[in-house]
Structures are given as C-alpha cells and as structure tokens.
Design a protein around this ligand. Structure first.
Ligand code: SAM
Ligand code: ZN
Length: 189
C-alpha cells in the first residue's frame, strides 16, 4: 500500500538518509525579478492569511555557525535565516538553493515566521504582490543593510538590533522566530 506520508517526504531531488528532502513551497508563489533587489518571491495567485508559504524545516540547506554565515555573506551568498544565537539555516552552495532563499526583506512585511523555519501569510496577499518578511523577525546578529523596500514606513537601515524596537514587537507580535520571541520575553522579565 502507498504511504502518503512517505510520498510527501520524497518530493525534491536532494537525498538525506534514504529520503529526498526539500523545502515545502506553496504552489501559489514563484521567483521573479524584484523591484527591491535582485530576485524575490511573488504571489501567482491569492494567498490567504495563515497559509504556509514556505517550510524550510525539510529544506536542502544546512545548519551553520555565525562565522560560517559571515563567510558566505562576504562571498555574496546571503541565503540564510538565523534560528539561534550562533545558528543559521542556510543554502551553502548552488545545489541547496530553493525558491524560499529569494525572500527579500520588507519593512511592511506580509509574511511572518512560525516556529523557526515556516513562513506564513500575515494577511491576504494579492496576485502579483511580492511576498517578504521583516528580517527583524529572525535577525539578532551583527548585521546591517540599506533597505530598498520602498514602503512608506521603510526604516532605511536594517540591523540585527531591530527586534528590540517596541513598535516592531507590537506590529509583529506572534510572527517572530521562536528564538527571537524568547529573547523579547526575556527582556520583559
Ligand atoms: C535572502 S537574499 C534575498 C534574495 C536576493 N534578492 C537575490 O536576488 O539573491 C538576501 C539579500 O537580498 C538583498 N535584500 C533583501 N531585501 C532587501 C531590501 N529590502 N533592501 C535591499 N536589499 C535587500 C540583500 O542583498 C540581502 O543580503
Ligand atoms: Zn524598508
């Protein structure tokens, strides 16, 4: 008899153990050139609030340290998401790149994080809109980026300190990575 659970785990083309693993990517999105920077991820059809758009937890990337992430960024490979104080999940080589690696930052995010590696829609997203999260939801490292999101509330410069801002903590309540949410609740104790 076919095992549907096994079937769902063998899609993709990267073997880990006896399974083939890859990031769950909603069929409602695709990678296109972005007005923000390089490429981004866009809605092909309407995405509803609460939809899971990406789940990197079975993705092709690797867990790496902050030093390894810094090295990749210096090589122009900023395709990682911070999941712990010194822990990043990242595409470390071309064969590990997936659509979700092209998610840009927006200061008016329409995606938020569930757990550490799932991206969910914070609101309904219309076809043609770029999907983007706010890097403040996951980043606490020594990090700085000039933002080109173009939103009226653009912060201009994005840093690994932004998670400390009260306005962002309120705006993105429930959408921070578990790791950052824990840091926020520790500062309130
Ligand atoms: C995960 S990649 C996103 C995909 C990237 N646009 C590409 O085509 O390779 C992260 C990098 O994209 C760029 N980026 C993402 N969001 C940005 C933003 N709001 N403003 C300027 N650059 C951005 C920065 O260079 C950042 O290091
Ligand atoms: Zn911005």
């Amino acid at each position: 008899m076919r095992n549907p659970d096994l079937d769902s785990r063998v899609r993709g083309n990267d073997r880990r153990g006896s399974y083939i693993m890859s990031t769950y990517t909603s069929p409602k999105v695709e990678v296109r050139e972005s007005g923000i920077e390089g490429h981004g991820v866009f809605a092909k059809e309407k995405i509803l609030k609460g939809d899971v758009v990406f789940d990197f937890s079975k993705g092709k990337g690797k867990m790496i340290s902050g030093a390894e992430m810094d090295k990749l960024c210096a090589e122009g490979r900023d395709y990682g998401i911070q999941v712990g104080e010194d822990l990043f999940f990242a595409a470390t080589e071309n064969s590990e790149m997936e659509a979700g690696d092209y998610l840009n930052h927006s200061c008016d995010a329409n995606l938020g994080i569930r757990d550490s590696l799932k991206m969910i829609a914070m609101r309904d997203i219309e076809p043609g809109e770029e999907t983007a999260f706010d890097y403040a939801m996951s980043e606490t490292s020594d990090y700085k980026m000039d933002c080109k999101c173009g939103k009226p509330n653009c912060r201009g410069i994005i840093t690994g300190e932004d998670w400390k801002r009260k306005d962002l903590q309120e705006r993105y309540n429930g959408y921070f990575s578990d790791y950052v949410a824990k840091k926020i609740s520790n500062t309130h104790e």
